[in-house]
Design a protein around this ligand. Structure first.
Ligand code: PXG
Length: 288
């Protein structure tokens, strides 16, 4: 495996950065997780736009243009001879001293890793997931806005720990009012009477690129969509629940907090969206 660091490729064992990097010392940096399907990098431009937006608010200047970043991503996939890949782009603040001051870090670090996709077991898509809500609430948008895909993922990691400790693979995080926000690495959708519901961005949810894709697919299929404040009760009595994310794609959920959702099997709208999603993933993106 060859890893891109600031314009050069390094063997995996040689791909190293400083222990004084503020990405490590403070979680000061941004990232994106991207998929390549059969030589097409799905929604690459959208991922790069979000990366630059996250960096903009952190006043972290990425030393490449968006076009150069797109080229660096496709080159990293090509040099690793991959057609299907999971790509992680990481921008760190760079090397500084032991104090917080980001302005002491003179050179941001751009890292691109392209690896084989670790696919989730087919059983998960066929039978659906059982998940739970957890005590750790989602970061308040007024404090650290979840739209910023920063290297500081402790909020999500605490929630993941709570889910795994309880024997579940994924957690639903609520906001400070107790409304549904999102999962630790996925957005959430409910289906009720053939209509889709998902929490709006202001609830402290990341504007997921898979979420946006599902909204587009639903529009094309004439399925009404509501970006709405959602309670746990509304979730428990919904007909279907599913999660969306770059790694997981679209995953059916069949039980939440011990309550069976709908028939207890992946629902027809979820399955239809999965089918449509699989059709477009090799079409909508940048060819390597
Ligand atoms: N919410 C959060 C908090 C996320 O981190 C999503 C939603 C889905 O967004 P996209 O744009 O991917 O549809 C994410 C996705 C992983 C992994 O390997 C995924 C994410 C971050 C870290 C790891 O599953 N982000």
């Amino acid at each position: 495996m060859k890893v891109y660091i600031n314009g050069k490729f390094f063997a995996k064992e040689e791909a190293k950065i400083s222990v004084f990097d503020h990405g490590l010392l403070y979680g000061d940096g941004v990232f994106e997780g991207i998929r390549c399907y059969n030589g097409v990098v799905f929604k690459l431009e959208e991922h790069i736009v979000r990366l630059f937006e996250s960096a903009h608010t952190l006043m972290l200047s990425i030393p490449l243009t968006k076009e150069e970043m797109i080229k660096a991503v496709t080159e990293t996939i090509k040099i690793n001879n991959l057609r299907d890949a999971y790509i992680r782009v990481v921008i760190t603040r760079g090397q500084g001293d032991l104090g917080l001051d980001p302005y002491k870090c003179k050179q941001p670090i751009v890292i691109i890793i392209a690896d084989k996709v670790a696919l989730y077991p087919p059983k998960m898509y066929k039978e659906g997931l059982e998940i739970i809500t957890v005590p750790t609430i989602r970061n308040l948008p007024e404090a650290l806005n979840p739209q910023i895909k920063s290297l500081n993922y402790l909020n999500n990691i605490l929630a993941k720990i709570e889910a795994v400790n309880a024997g579940y693979q994924e957690a639903i995080m609520l906001d400070s009012m107790g409304y549904i926000a999102e999962c630790t690495g996925d957005n959430i959708f409910l289906v009720k009477r053939n209509e889709l519901y998902t929490p709006p961005q202001c609830m402290g949810t990341l504007r997921g690129i898979t979420r946006d894709t599902v909204l587009e697919l639903a529009h094309n299929l004439n399925i009404p969509v509501h970006e709405h404040v959602l309670t746990r009760h509304e979730m428990y009595i919904s007909d279907e629940v599913f999660l969306t994310g770059t790694a997981a794609e679209i995953v059916p959920v069949v039980k939440v907090d011990g309550r069976t959702i709908g028939s207890g099997k992946p629902g027809k709208i979820t399955l239809r969206l999965i089918e449509e999603f699989r059709k477009i993933v090799c079409k909508e993106g940048v060819k390597i």
